[in-house]
Ligand binder design. Structure first.
Ligand code: SAH
Ligand code: SF4
Length: 430
């Protein structure tokens, strides 16, 4: 999501004649787009700011520092205190103002730090993204912002505000713009895309499945993905979309967080492990080649050994292709940070190690099992070696081939011949 926001920021600047600097020493403006999902990410910004301070002190011309994103939203007061040399602080729903603010800073040499942290999501998307500077084969497209779910560990509802779905015509226009610039694969983004409910072309409301059908009709689009799904909102319509839309990948990120009903309840996830299994089964029934990835949190307050064992059991049952896992990290103004029975760092580390061993093992097996199979690979860049090209298959696995006549953006049928440490190696089949 930050990657998409950064792209929008650079489009806004480029649209009014600014250019991307080759190095920080040539820059007049530096924008830090920040994350605050875990503490580490947001503390890192202060060390980055320390480095920028010394460049600013040495620079003779403009050196405007703007901090945007979730950490800016959450910790604007800390930034003002600890880094008063920052010129502007903008929350994630205020990035559309960045160009006007920077122009003002350059013209009027404003001394006080400018702070905009309004939560009006609609303003962010009121401006269409006409001047798209994207050149990648694969791009993100935000269809929904904010979140209403208030999982008890999560800071997002406080940083990005309430859920807001963009309307279908804006999304289609943006997708067409991207495709006209050479984009072949679009990943739709939202904190909870399965509850997408945007204004449809006929003035009604459109759900995620319908939106996918609309986008699949756009000429030139070769692949569609979406993330993140919330298990409580996955329904039959999305399973049907997976069965019927050829360009929709059979790979779904379906974060479960924990395999224990006790923990899920305390997390306020609003589904049980049994319901999660039903979801997985329904999707697999509609696409037998469906694979899954997930997020996990270990050491949530009150998580017992038995709760943790249930998570391991769930992992064994589902068999994931890929996963992201984290130690629970208390965040400001979240319910879980105030819960009793916080788990010690040692226990969290030990559980994370056990969980990651299992997940890594599943991922390696998933990769190993790919040998001998054929995939549609979308080529995204040249490799390090001569005539080597690297792409991604339907399951987002990196695949490299040696070939003579491949262009970036081509999709080709590739038979996997071996696995490398973080990728697959294959040969093009005609
Ligand atoms: N909206 C998405 C993901 C949001 S954040 C969803 O509901 O799945 C991405 C991931 O970060 C989460 O899935 C969760 O696993 C992790 N995460 C969020 N808050 C966290 C916290 N306080 N401590 C550790 N991990 C956290
Ligand atoms: Fe955070 Fe839960 Fe919303 Fe995801 S669904 S963004 S984890 S509150």
């Amino acid at each position: 999501m930050n990657s998409y926001d950064s792209q929008r920021i650079s489009d806004t600047f480029m649209g009014s004649g600014h250019k991307i600097a080759k190095s920080i020493n040539e820059a007049d403006v530096v924008v830090l787009n920040t994350c605050s999902i875990r503490e580490k990410a947001d503390e890192k910004i202060f060390s980055d700011l320390g480095r920028l301070k010394s460049i600013k002190e040495r620079s003779s011309g403009n050196f405007i520092i703007v901090v945007v994103g979730c950490m800016a939203q959450l910790r604007s007061q800390d930034i003002l205190k600890r880094a008063p040399y920052v010129d502007a602080i903008l929350g994630p729903q205020n990035i559309q103002q960045i160009n006007a603010i920077v122009d003002d800073l350059i013209k009027n040499k404003v001394l006080d730090t400018i702070v905009f942290t309004s939560m009006n999501v609609e303003d962010k998307f009121a401006q269409l993204r006409n001047k798209i500077s994207s050149r990648n084969v694969s791009e993100f497209l935000t269809i929904q912002e904010g979140c209403n779910n208030f999982c008890t560990y999560c800071v997002v509802p406080n940083t990005r505000g309430r859920e807001f779905s963009r309307n279908v015509s804006d999304i289609i226009n943006e997708a067409k713009n991207l495709i006209s610039l050479g984009v072949k694969e679009i990943t739709l983004l939202g904190q909870n895309v399965n509850s997408y409910s945007g204004k449809s072309l006929d003035g009604g409301t459109c759900n995620l499945a319908h939106l996918l059908f609309e986008l699949a009709n756009i000429h030139g689009l070769k692949r569609l993905r979406y993330t993140t799904s919330h298990p409580k909102d996955v329904d039959y319509s999305i399973a049907k979309a997976h069965k019927e839309i050829e360009i929709l990948t059979p790979f779904v990120h379906l974060p479960v967080q924990s395999g224990s009903n006790n923990v899920l309840k305390k997390m306020n996830r609003k589904y049980t492990r049994e319901e999660y299994f039903k979801c997985i089964d329904m999707l697999r029934e509609h696409r037998t080649d469906m694979a899954f990835s997930s997020d996990f949190i270990v050491g949530f307050p009150g998580e017992t050994d038995d709760d943790f064992q249930q998570t391991l059991e769930l992992i064994k049952k589902v068999n994931y292709a890929q996963s992201y896992s984290f130690k629970y990290n208390p965040r400001p103004n979240t319910a879980a940070a105030l819960m009793d029975n916080q788990i010690s760092e040692d226990v969290k580390s030990e559980r994370l190690r056990i969980l990651q061993d299992l997940l890594n093992d599943q991922q390696s097996k998933f990769n190993q099992n790919s040998v001998g199979h054929r995939f549609q690979v979308l080529f995204v860049k040249s490799g390090k070696h001569e005539k080597q090209f690297v792409g991604r298959n339907e399951y987002s696995q990196a695949v490299s081939v040696r070939a003579n006549n491949i262009s970036i953006g081509d999709i080709a049928n590739v038979k996997i011949t071996e696995t490398a440490s973080h990728s697959l190696i294959g040969a093009i089949e005609l």
